[in-house]
Design a protein around this ligand. Structure first.
Ligand SMILES: OC[C@H]1O[C@H](O[C@H]2O[C@H](CO)[C@@H](O)[C@H](O)[C@H]2O)[C@H](O)[C@@H](O)[C@@H]1O
Length: 600
């Protein structure tokens, strides 16, 4: 399957990817960052999957989400008959369920299911046995239970279970797979039909809180649902994506694990949710943040586990061949130990936006900001790994320095506009100093553009955020100059790349990568802010057209081969759909450049 052939179902603890062939090829249980029990995505069927489809048929003829929900309907229509599989994960009760209901629509259709469970990312082959009218699949700490009304055929040699059955118009055949720790009693039975009604109601109700009513409603709603699905409900943490190691280039080595909560990605997500009216999610994330980053500001990490844990060692499950052979597969993420200066600014920006939005005040949040700001005052001159998490030498990235400016600016705003107490005079001096430094060392007057890092002539798509961050007034010629330069030098086939990769001199990595979708949306945002709305709209429409048939986007795009690349679906990309739609509706709260100190 191509990446865009997958759709997402989830229960806000974890998520599954369902292919157009009716196979669930990715599912980690019990939570997003647990071992996968279906890892076919990264190694084919032997690493675990659950196929449920008409016998002998490859891909479906159509699929969609039911209304504003995460309930997926996959349909196979042929002259002989029509059948639908409805996939969803009910809200988490005592144990996670994946429910699949086969609906006969017309005629008679021969169906086939094949359940291959492999715990620990395809490594552990479990025992199969029948117990209490259910199939029990057990190995080590994991157990899964399948309840269904059709007779199952265990294939002892292949360690999998199959079944063949016929569905006629009006039939409904429910399958429920439930995971539980192996030492606990078997879980209660789940009523598939009741769960379906409750799940539809839950998503529809959640989305009814959406305040966006612009012309891109369908795209915004699907992106919001996707972002909500990437939230880990017990803690308010957010995964950047529910997958690992979907390559940024076909067959390449740029394969990363995104099943963690990045402060950067989470702040972007929260901004999008707040723009759409979801203040409860913002509050939950702020509480998560306060717990996760407690301690020494110098120990601030770029990412945490979903419950705020700090240890995310990177390792390679070398038994997995990788998506279409892309090696290595990575679990964990070494970027967790990097120094990324921009994160401080993103936190301050998000917390200040929360104040502007009237979120319940929290004194602990301000205390945290004071401590972080103290640290930043002494640290902003340090070179860092940047928002792209480069694995080459640390640099003085211009975007990072601008985010240090943002941090000071938002602290000043909190004092001036929200009555917070702090040394605003000192921060004003700092803000001025950073501004001068960036304009002197990170700007190329010959080309009228800011550059990627001090001393380089290269560009960086992160500079497209300058208009939104308010670093310079929108009518400053350096703003439009930078936007145009980035567009000229980093666009390929109409999509924006993060920077020039391939030589390894910036990021220390071999090989090229696709266009970075969030950056392409940032270009649309920048154009909209500069008043070039037609150009912005044309680009936005082109980007929306890249979404798959159920409205999902991965991290990157290969415009030459019309394929999505990288982890899927990615929060960054879906945040961008919301933000650009809001920007085009002319209602972007981030447009307000705060307390700008003037030009230097
Ligand atoms: O390309 C190198 C880096 O790629 C990943 O980082 C990217 O994804 C992050 C999560 O969405 C995002 O915060 C970051 O801005 C992106 O560059 C990967 O996680 C890194 O380990 C890798 O070095």
């Amino acid at each position: 399957m191509r990446i865009e052939d997958y759709a997402l179902v989830g229960d806000m603890h974890t998520a599954a990817l369902v292919g157009r062939d009716g196979s669930v090829d990715w599912l980690c249980l019990p939570r997003f960052d647990s071992g996968a029990c279906f890892a076919a995505l990264l190694d084919g069927p032997r690493a675990g999957r659950w196929l449920l489809a008409p016998a002998g048929r490859e891909t479906c003829t159509g699929r969609r989400y039911r209304g504003d929900t995460l309930v997926l309907e996959t349909t196979w229509d042929s002259p002989d008959g029509c059948v639908r599989v409805v996939d969803f994960m009910p809200a988490r009760g005592e144990a996670p369920d994946l429910v699949r209901v086969v609906e006969g629509v017309r005629g008679r259709v021969e169906m086939r299911t094949e359940l291959t469970l492999r715990f620990d990312y395809g490594r552990v082959v479990p025992w199969l046995r029948h117990e209490g009218g259910r199939l029990a699949v057990v190995a080590g700490p994991d157990a899964a239970w399948l309840q269904c009304p059709v007779p199952l055929c265990p294939d002892k040699e292949a360690h999998r279970t199959t079944a063949a059955f016929t569905v006629s118009a009006g039939d409904r055949v429910p399958f429920v797979l439930t995971w539980r720790e192996s030492w606990l009693p078997r879980p209660e039975r789940t009523d598939a039909e009741e769960s379906l009604t409750a799940t539809e109601r839950m998503w529809t109700r959640w989305l009814s809180g959406c305040r966006y009513d612009g012309e891109y409603g369908e795209a915004v709603r699907r992106s919001l649902l996707t972002l909500k699905a990437l939230t880990y409900a017990p803690t308010g943490g957010l995964v950047a994506a529910p997958t690992t190691s979907l390559p940024e280039r076909p067959g390449g080595t740029r394969n990363w694990d995104y099943r963690y909560s990045w402060l950067r990605d989470a702040t972007f997500t929260l901004q999008a949710l707040m723009h759409a009216g979801y203040d409860d999610e913002a509050t939950a994330w702020r509480d998560w943040l306060l717990r996760a980053v407690a301690g020494e500001p110098a120990d601030l990490q770029t990412m945490y586990t979903l419950d705020g844990g700090r240890r995310i060692p990177e390792w390679n499950p070398d038994w997995l061949a990788g998506y279409e052979g892309a090696q290595p597969v990575r679990i964990g993420n070494a970027a967790s130990a990097q120094f990324q200066l921009d994160v401080y600014g993103e936190i301050m920006d998000c917390l200040e936006l929360a104040r502007d939005a009237g979120l319940r005040p929290d004194d602990d949040a301000w205390d945290l900001q004071l401590v972080l700001m103290d640290y930043l005052e002494g640290a902003w001159r340090k070179p860092d790994n940047g928002l792209w998490e480069t694995r080459g030498p640390r640099r003085d990235f211009v975007h990072s320095k601008i985010l240090a400016w943002v941090a000071a600016d938002r602290m000043i705003s909190a004092v001036e506009n929200h009555g917070r107490e702090g040394p605003a005079h000192r921060w004003r001096a700092l803000r001025e100093e950073i501004h001068r430094d960036v304009c002197a060392r990170g700007y190329d007057p010959g080309r009228n553009t800011f550059t990627q890092y001090y001393g380089s002539t290269g560009l960086d798509a992160a500079l497209l955020l300058i208009p939104r961050l308010g670093f310079l007034p929108l009518d400053d010629p350096r703003v439009a100059g930078t936007v145009d330069a980035v567009r000229r030098e980093l666009s390929r086939d109409g999509f924006v790349h993060r920077y020039r990769s391939g030589t390894g001199d910036v990021d220390g990595l071999p090989g090229d990568e696709g266009a970075f979708l969030a950056c392409s949306f940032w270009l649309a945002d920048a154009l909209a802010l500069l008043g070039r709305r037609e150009e912005a709209r044309e680009l936005f429409d082109r980007l929306l057209a890249v979404r798959n048939d159920v409205g999902l986007l991965s991290e990157e795009y290969d415009a030459a081969h019309h394929r999505q690349l990288g982890n899927f679906p990615q929060a960054y990309s879906h945040v961008s759909v919301v933000n650009t739609a809001v920007a085009l509706a002319g209602d972007n709260r981030t447009r307000r450049a705060r307390g700008h100190p003037g030009r230097s």
